[in-house]
Design a protein around this ligand. Structure first.
Ligand SMILES: O=P(O)(O)OC[C@H]1O[C@H](O)[C@H](O)[C@@H](O)[C@@H]1O
Length: 526
């Protein structure tokens, strides 16, 4: 890679102390010019989206996450007011929690239990990892982000004896996601077991009038914050979903919003060569041939950014992973995203990146400031941070030598401002890429299939229980039970459900081990 190419393809944005380097992507000299009409079109589509167009046609919704950091852009005065009122309410609420004006049964709130999943968890988890300072923050944060009983037990064990000083934030845009509802019910049980009322320790972030919203009202929760239908779950970090936990954790939400607003301004620029989000989308298109041929490996060389790739997995894959394009053609689009952090990953899978199957392009994220204050020398003249940068630069070169391309993003630090910038950058790059490949980046029809199938297994579980309970003491193999229920095509599912029920203590269901395994029998104790 020549210095000339670097100079040509290094975009430095002084106001943000931000740089995007695409020089290690080996696109042909005329690539950008050839793509100009397409990316210009994507920039126009984004302008329409920001103006309030129905950019999510299947769900007939506007897509307004950009208004969250600049309410003046919202298309109606009512929306502008709702956005700024919500922000003020979050700040006022956090101030009252921090001052102790609102407190739990045992005093000032010291812990935060965030209950949510997907877009209602990944942003807060990422931001907490990036900005949290457990010894200084006004509240210690914990998460229920699944319906795994043991996972919840682990968190509850940390909160033992502290629930009277714990504030639960239950977040669900739809207000009906089963994992989140289960987490809430388990939390309610835990508070009740501790002899405490849950309501005075709980807050909801949800759509107005949702099941969760109604439940929070009925149970006298402390307050509710709105989630609007024009904010998608995966772009909700700068809505109440992310701002409530961030403000409660003592993070500077104004700086986060400002960082996003400033990145929005520079990614709104019409000249795509000066627009980092447009250039990123073009690089993704180049790397993957516009059909997802290569995976996106995210390598931030900073521990605090470790969860960024997990956050981006949802943002990128749920937005772009689509069966149909906007004209109804079958396209099976998407880009797979993975990564953790450098240099740690270098000791795990970078071997394959350098020498193995060439099915990826990397994005290095470089953070200039090593730490607050001075660093000791770990060798005569070098700090740990010098090593970390050396490893980034060395790995990048080692990959490039073998024809493995990469993008490099450089930021000054990991601050609330930078986090806002990074979120806004990727949100817009995903939007542009969605336009380039002509998919609706704002819906997620595929997620429903798994949810429906999961719900139907609960019905089947009930049918099994009813059948076994009707004949207590009588033992059945999965095959026998399936034919008894007239559901032979579901024998495997019935087997799996029986195995799970027999392994858990809630029901008097016993397994008599058979050989081969499918001769095992199950019975309800008399
Ligand atoms: O916030 P909720 O409505 O509970 O949704 C949580 C998550 O659930 C779904 O599976 C969607 O695919 C995600 O986009 C969403 O973030």
């Amino acid at each position: 890679m020549s210095w000339d190419r670097f100079k040509q393809h290094y975009l430095f944005i002084e106001t943000l102390d931000f740089a995007l380097d695409i020089s290690r992507m080996d696109f042909a000299d005329d690539y950008l010019e050839v793509m100009k009409p397409k990316i210009d079109q994507a920039i126009i589509a984004m302008e329409e989206l920001e103006g309030g167009a129905i950019a999510n046609p299947d769900e007939n919704r506007m897509v307004g996450h950009y208004w969250l950091r600049d309410a003046s852009l919202a298309p109606t005065p009512e929306l502008k007011k709702e956005i700024s009122d919500c922000e003020s309410a979050i700040k006022a609420f956090a101030a009252k929690i921090h001052s102790g004006e609102i407190k739990g049964s045992d005093g000032k709130f010291e812990h935060l239990l965030c209950i949510g999943i997907g877009g209602s968890a990944l942003g807060p988890e990422f931001v907490n990892q990036a900005l949290g300072n457990p010894t200084n923050d006004p509240m210690t944060i914990h998460f229920f982000d699944n319906t795994d009983p043991n996972g919840m037990d682990k968190v509850l064990a940390q909160l033992k004896g502290k629930l009277g000083k714990t504030l639960a934030v239950v977040t669900s845009k739809s207000g009906g996601t089963p994992e989140t509802r289960n987490g809430m019910v388990e939390a309610e049980n835990a508070w009740t077991k501790a002899g405490l009322k849950f309501g005075p320790h709980a807050v909801a972030v949800t759509g107005l009038g949702s099941k969760l919203d109604k439940h929070a009202v009925a149970e006298g929760w402390l307050t509710r914050f709105p989630m609007w239908d024009w904010v998608g779950g995966r772009t909700s970090e700068l809505a109440a979903v992310g701002l409530v936990p961030a403000a409660l954790s003592g993070f500077d939400i104004d700086a986060m919003l400002k960082g996003a607003k400033e990145m929005d301004a520079v990614t709104r620029v019409k000249d795509f060569r000066q627009n980092p989000a447009a250039l990123m989308a073009l690089m993704w298109f180049y790397a993957t041939d516009g059909v997802g041929k290569k995976d996106m490996v995210i390598l931030p060389y900073k521990d605090r950014l470790e969860l960024f790739s997990r956050y981006l997995q949802q943002l990128v894959m749920e937005s772009l992973g689509k069966e149909l394009d906007l004209d109804g053609n079958t396209v099976h689009q998407g880009i797979a995203v993975y990564g953790n952090k450098g240099s740690t990953d270098q000791h795990a899978y970078v071997q394959q990146l350098r020498d193995g199957v060439l099915n990826f392009f990397a994005t290095f994220i470089e953070v200039h400031t090593d730490r607050a204050g001075e660093s000791p020398f770990v060798e005569e003249k070098f700090t740990s941070g010098d090593f970390l940068q050396g490893l980034l630069l060395g790995t990048r070169d080692a990959l490039y030598e073998k024809g493995r391309e990469s993008i490099t993003i450089s930021v000054r630090d990991v601050s609330a401002h930078t986090i806002g910038m990074l979120i806004a950058l990727y949100e817009r790059a995903v939007g542009f890429y969605g336009s380039l490949v002509n998919v609706n980046a704002y819906h997620q029809p595929g997620v429903e299939a798994g949810k429906k199938a999961a719900a139907s297994t609960l019905e089947l579980r009930q049918q099994i229980l009813d059948a076994l309970s009707a004949k207590p003491g009588e033992a059945f193999t999965a095959e026998q039970l399936a034919s008894e229920l007239g559901l032979v095509s579901k024998t495997e599912l019935i087997f799996k459900l029986l195995e799970h029920m027999a392994a858990n203590q809630n029901r008097p269901l016993r397994k008599l081990i058979g050989d081969p395994f499918y001769e095992s029998k199950y019975l309800m104790e008399q």
